[in-house]
Write a new protein. Structure first.
Length: 126
């Protein structure tokens, strides 16, 4: 079987309960696969809706919550080789600007540890 026929799914956990750094592990797995010449041409996929499962549908101001956070994940993960997602046709996915609040939240969560990750997500949607 050729590399182009392989799809890796590193698994993704809900950002709203990630006290164990699973999001950081997923990003590191994508980074490692993308950098390794032995994996040249492989594909990567995640179940993107799992990323925001159990979060409220909207932020406190009424703006959408899930699409921006999922887009923030894509903005981080696509350059690392993520090229497939299982997602929702109802979401409006986009690569985000560097100063987008959802992207800043995801980057903060990647840098934080433990319960601070959950608190940062709560701060984003409150």
């Amino acid at each position: 079987i050729s590399n182009s026929q392989l799809i890796f799914d590193p698994g993704i956990a809900p950002i709203g309960s990630d006290t164990e750094g699973i999001l950081a592990m997923v990003i590191e797995a994508l980074r490692s696969i993308h950098k390794d010449p032995a994996f040249a041409g492989v594909h990567a996929s995640v179940g993107l809706s799992n990323f925001t499962v159990m979060l409220p549908p909207k932020r406190a101001d009424g703006s959408p919550l899930k699409s921006p956070l999922e887009s923030a994940f894509l903005t981080v993960a696509v350059p690392l080789g993520l090229d497939f997602v299982i997602g929702s046709v109802k979401r409006k996915y986009a690569l985000l600007d560097p100063d987008d609040p959802a992207l800043l939240c995801v980057k903060d969560v990647l840098a934080l540890k433990g319960y601070d990750c959950v608190m940062r997500v709560m701060e984003y949607y409150s």
